[in-house]
Ligand binder design. Structure first.
Ligand code: 6PG
Length: 223
């Protein structure tokens, strides 16, 4: 369970609050590092937050983008996390391709693709944005899946229960070593899982990210 109390915001303010949290965390890291890394999740919740973030003033030329997870689909596929980040952040900010470290979902050899991504990752990720599914998964680390127990690899290729099943994901040690982690969760459908996770239920992958700041909309928080 996270040591920090969850932040609860009205649904209409969630995207802006998450963007401001990411911008502040990037600024903190930028004060100490020449370049900083921001690792992003997919799913439905974060897109509006990425759009808000793209409107905030930062020395973007010093920020490198990484991915928390990716489906093994081509980068222009509707299920591609890269595609969502491209549309909401990379294109609006006109980021250079050299700043965007994509997980290559179109690669046939998934194991090689995961090993290559591991080689691209910086030793420590500065800022990480996570989401949580209704089953408590985060990144593409699912409840009861052996990948959840991985201790040495930083990136894995996994077959998950959620379609599309073939995915690449950062592992728990990678998430736990990051400097600043936001767990962004919205919607009444996740209320019960949120409460279990905040109570520290170790069966829920999201609950194991003990360094995360949780940010909930009031529907997910049940208030
Ligand atoms: C993904 C994720 C995943 C996501 C959760 C929550 O690519 O699917 O990174 O872990 O954060 O499934 O997704 P929603 O925000 O869509 O509920």
């Amino acid at each position: 369970m996270s040591a920090l109390p969850p932040r609860i915001v009205p649904p209409e303010n969630l995207a802006r609050a998450a963007a401001e949290w990411m911008a502040r965390s990037l600024q903190t890291s930028l004060a100490m590092n020449r370049r900083v890394s921001l690792a992003l999740s997919g799913g439905g919740t974060p897109g509006p937050a990425y759009r808000e973030l793209s409107r905030l003033t930062l020395p973007w030329e010093r920020v490198d983008l990484y991915f928390v997870d990716e489906r093994f689909v081509p980068p222009d596929h509707p299920d591609s996390n890269y595609r969502m980040v491209e549309e909401t952040l990379v294109a609006p900010l006109r980021l250079s391709p050299s700043q965007v470290f994509r997980m290559e979902g179109e690669r046939g050899d998934r194991e090689v693709a995961a090993r290559e991504y591991e080689a691209k990752l910086p030793p420590v990720l500065n800022v990480v944005l996570l989401g949580m599914g209704e089953d408590g998964h985060t990144a593409s680390l699912f409840p009861g899946h052996p990948a959840l127990e991985e201790q040495s690899r930083r990136v894995l290729s996994v077959v998950g229960p959620k379609p599309p099943p073939w995915r690449m994901t950062l592992t728990m040690p990678t998430l736990l070593s990051a400097s600043a982690v936001l767990m962004l969760v919205a919607g009444a459908g996740k209320r019960e899982t949120v409460h279990r996770a905040l109570a520290g239920d170790p069966a829920l992958p999201a609950a194991r990210v003990t360094n995360a700041q949780w940010m909930l909309d009031s529907a997910a928080a049940g208030r």
